[in-house]
Design a protein around this ligand. Structure first.
Ligand SMILES: [Zn+2]
Length: 742
């Protein structure tokens, strides 16, 4: 397999609408890949249509992107990304909505009045930004507001009036709720019960607000663009209005429709207003047409609303697909069910019809995922020329998802060309190639090739790896041997047997060590026992990254982070891709940031560091002399000797390359001292934290900082006893700074 280097990108500055359901991809990745593999204006195909930003980026880079989408909400997102209404359309649409009459009131005042509450401090009326609920309760228990009168803000307990207001709205709920069903499914529809169940994830107040607003969308006489703008604002509010907002929450990306035990109920009017900043896109738009309309050579997006199956033979005749791109879909029952619901609310039950199956299906497991993906790959196989490349991104990676994707592609005749994995928090970058049409019988997979590949990855890495890395190595071996799914197995069985095989390899080979407090194979880290086969001179990934980053900064004194990544990743390809956490740990140790640029610290410029190293070396010699030892140099080691025997062996380092230093030690641990600059202490601590094998080996050695050597040299009276006391009382502290694991 080729070793593809990971293509670095940038985290989007603005996550955009419905971001918790949209694949979390970095920007700039697909356009970089495309620039190396195809010429602009050629046709690309995104068979999944899961990431509006991905197709938009390719279109903006000058490609013609055909995207198949069968989720009406995703389709809307793609269209909005391609040609967003103007800022003034958004503002005018919201203003038009605000002034519509509801009884004697303006709609804005009417909806805001649903959230009226009193400031706990000054007693003025304020609008709650959100209420907090316990699952199953009839009223909220807390509220959040910002009082403009007295400045009081934050979360406060509810008052009896707040409870009363929530209950009053709940009393009229039945009518609004049944109207909300009827927009999605007809009265006697078999799917009615599923729609009802989905709507249970809306509380009465937001449901009332949303249905009220949606009714106005129908009756307002708006221009096409303003209608799209208002639809977009309402869609964002539809997402803000459900109960899937856990409180407190870190990085919530719901996959299942289930209400958290404690959740937020947002103020729907404030959310409509918030939609303005969420949707307004300043970058230029691209042409966006519906299939079979044609796109200009300058690029754009062509949407095929339907299934790949139906498109395949049409495309084959009409347009040559130069490459395939796509964010590989993973099951998301929450998003797909809600999409069906929202499509009905926004565009009526006809719009839901083709996607209604999403309401019905309650379980989306990995076997389902693999089967569906495989069907897509089989259609793609028919549609593409031999050798066509498919650049796939697999976000929110987990072992089963990766198995599902690789197996689905392999079974459809796609060859895995490369796979680059950074951490489980980053999209995996996969390159497939449409293979030859060979219907070969797939043999039962060979355990030995899996073991070898895992061993070879750990040997190259020279440090433990996450289970996801181990799993990926095993899958790569199977994919290369084309033995992922034996012909006589269904996907569910094949998935289970692959998982079981990797587990067996890890558990039954004593060369592998599991660093985990949990116990199940997919937790913690996996490493290799140090043995004779392992070259003593091989360097851990962490050490190689340190060397590469520092060397780069010496040659390129002012560099932005992305340039550092661009230099580094081709040196550490595939599964060896270093994490951002590691790169930042090195940068924070050696460099400082001014503006966007990283620059070596004055003391870490090579010449300064060499001079300092020499100085410390001299000081250790002079201390040794004062303590009446004989001084000897043994390679990198400075030895204090007595009676021809070494008493202390010092290795003065300028770096945090302790892994390398450990392999060079030939003195007993109690006599050996590693001397490091203070600025390296946090980096050493970081390396120990991410590498339990290193921590274990380092434990028996003593690390001291340059500072201690200087302090010792300045003591007016120094005896062997005070020396021992001083080094014992100055342990290199574990850095408590901000530290990213991995
Ligand atoms: Zn107040």
């Amino acid at each position: 397999m080729e070793s593809q280097s990971y293509i670095p990108g940038l985290k989007p500055a603005d996550p955009g609408p419905l971001s918790r359901f949209i694949p979390p991809l970095e920007e700039g990745v697909v356009s970089t890949w495309l620039s190396h593999h195809t010429s602009t204006s050629s046709w690309l195909l995104d068979p999944f249509g899961f990431s509006p930003k991905l197709v938009l980026e390719a279109a903006r880079a000058g490609y013609r992107v055909l995207v198949t989408v069968n989720n009406p909400i995703t389709r809307f997102l793609v269209e909005m990304a391609a040609s967003p209404p103007t800022e003034s359309d958004f503002k005018a649409a919201l203003a038009d909505l605000a002034v519509v009459k509801k009884g004697d009131e303006r709609l804005e005042s009417h909806l805001q009045s649903l959230y009226l509450t009193t400031c706990e401090k000054c007693g003025h009326e304020v609008f709650a930004q959100y209420f907090l609920w316990h699952k199953g309760d009839e009223a909220p228990f807390a509220k959040n507001y910002e009082c403009k009168e007295c400045g009081d803000s934050g979360e406060r307990l509810v008052t009896p009036e707040d409870v009363e207001r929530a209950k009053r709205i709940a009393a009229t709920d039945g009518l609004h709720r049944s109207r909300a069903f009827e927009r999605v499914v007809a009265l006697h529809d078999d799917d009615r019960s599923y729609a009802e169940e989905a709507i249970q994830h809306y509380l009465p107040r937001p449901l009332y607000a949303l249905t009220t607003v949606i009714n106005r969308l129908d009756s307002l006489n708006l221009s096409v663009d303003r209608r799209r703008a208002l639809t977009a604002l309402i869609l964002a509010a539809c997402d803000a209005g459900n109960t899937l907002w856990a409180h407190p929450s870190e990085r919530p990306r719901p996959k299942q429709l289930s209400t958290p035990n404690q959740f937020r109920e947002y103020n729907m009017w404030i959310q409509l207003e918030r939609g303005l900043s969420l949707w307004m896109e300043t970058a230029s738009s691209v042409p966006c047409v519906a299939w079979p309309n044609k796109l200009p050579e300058t690029g754009g997006i062509c949407i095929y609303e339907g299934r790949l199956k139906d498109l395949a033979h049409e495309v084959k005749k009409e347009i040559p697909i130069a490459a395939v791109i796509g964010s590989v879909p993973r099951p998301n029952q929450a998003f797909w069910t809600l999409s069906a619901l929202w499509a009905g609310w926004l565009w009526g039950s006809d719009a839901v019809e083709p996607f209604k199956i999403a309401l019905r299906r309650r379980r989306y497991d990995w076997a389902w995922n693999a089967t569906a993906l495989n069907a897509a790959f089989v259609h793609l196989f028919d549609l593409l020329a031999l050798g066509t490349l498919f650049f796939g991104l697999l976000p929110e990676a987990e072992p089963a998802f990766l198995t599902s994707a690789l197996m689905a592609a392999d079974a459809a005749g796609f060859n895995l060309k490369s796979l680059a994995l950074r951490t489980e928090h980053d999209p995996i970058q996969i390159l497939w190639e449409r293979g030859e049409h060979l219907k070969h019988d797939v043999e039962k997979p060979d355990v030995e090739i899996v073991r070898k590949e895992i061993e070879s990855h750990l040997t190259e890495r020279c440090e433990p790896a996450s289970y996801l890395h181990i799993h990926a190595a095993g899958l790569i071996a199977l994919a290369e041997a084309h033995s992922m799914k034996p012909s006589n197995m269904e996907f569910d069985e094949a998935l289970r047997s692959t998982q079981a095989m990797i587990e067996v390899v890890l558990k039954e080979n004593s060369e592998f060590i599991h660093y985990s407090t949990g116990g199940s194979v997919d937790t913690g880290l996996w490493g290799l026992h140090l043995n004779a086969d392992l070259s003593p001179h091989s360097e851990s990934l962490a050490d190689s990254v340190e060397v590469a980053v520092v060397t780069f900064l010496q040659k390129n004194p002012e560099s932005i982070y992305l340039e550092i990544e661009e230099d580094l990743y081709p040196r550490c390809t595939g599964l060896m891709t270093p994490s951002k956490g590691l790169i930042y740990a090195v940068l924070n140790s050696y460099a400082e940031k001014s503006g966007a640029n990283w620059k070596l610290r004055a003391e870490d410029v090579a010449s300064a560091r060499r001079a300092e190293l020499k100085k410390i070396d001299e000081l250790i010699k002079s201390i040794g002399v004062r303590l009446k030892y004989k001084i000897k140099q043994d390679g990198k080691f400075l030895i204090w000797e007595e009676n021809g025997q070494p008493v202390r062996a010092f290795n003065v380092l300028a770096s945090a390359l302790v892994g390398r230093a450990l392999t060079e030690i030939s003195y007993p641990p109690e006599k050996t001292m590693l001397v490091i600059p203070g600025g390296r202490a946090a980096l050493v601590a970081y390396k120990e934290q991410r590498d339990p094998a290193l921590a274990e080996r380092l434990k028996v050695y003593r690390l001291i900082k340059y500072r201690l050597v200087r302090a010792l040299s300045e003591l007016p009276i120094l005896t062997r006893e005070t020396f021992e006391e001083q080094i014992a009382s100055d342990p290199v502290e574990q850095s408590k700074g901000q530290m990213m694991m991995f």
